[in-house]
Design a protein around this ligand. Structure first.
Ligand SMILES: [Zn+2]
Length: 118
C-alpha cells in the first residue's frame, strides 16, 4: 500500500488498533514478552485519541502507555462519569491522521505488529 492508498483507507475508519504481539505467549503475563495494544479512536476528521493496554500483569497507565502506578498520580480518580472502578483522567494523547498513517506504515514493516482497522 502506498501513502496515498493508506490515507484513503484511513479516511473513514473510526478506530485503528496497532497490536504488538509477544513471540512467546507463555511469557506475556510476567515473563518479559508482552502483548501491547494501542487503540486510535477518531475524535474529529483529522484527529485520533490514543488508549494503550497490555497483557502484562503490572501497573500500567492506559493514557501514557507506560508501566506506572496511576494511583500515585494527581490525574487519577476513583470515579469516572459514573462508571465503577478507578481511572486515570489524564488527557489522552492526540495523534493527527498524518501521524497515524506514518505509525500504520511503520507497523506494516514490523513482523511483531498487527494493524486492525474498523
Ligand atoms: Zn495514568
Amino acid at each position: 500500500m502506498n501513502k496515498k492508498e493508506l490515507l484513503e483507507s484511513l479516511k473513514d475508519v473510526y478506530e485503528v488498533n496497532i497490536e504488538t504481539r509477544p513471540k512467546d505467549p507463555s511469557k506475556s503475563t510476567d515473563g518479559g514478552d508482552y502483548y501491547f495494544n494501542a487503540v486510535y479512536r477518531r475524535v474529529s476528521r483529522f484527529i485520533f485519541e490514543v488508549n494503550y493496554s497490555t497483557s502484562a500483569s503490572f501497573n500500567f497507565c492506559n493514557i501514557y502507555g507506560g508501566f506506572q502506578d496511576c494511583e500515585n498520580c494527581s490525574e487519577y480518580h476513583e470515579e469516572y462519569e459514573g462508571a465503577v472502578g478507578k481511572f486515570c483522567q489524564a488527557d489522552p494523547e492526540k495523534v493527527s491522521l498524518a501521524k497515524l498513517a506514518y505509525l500504520v506504515e511503520q507497523a506494516g514493516q514490523d513482523e511483531n505488529k498487527v494493524v486492525l482497522m474498523g
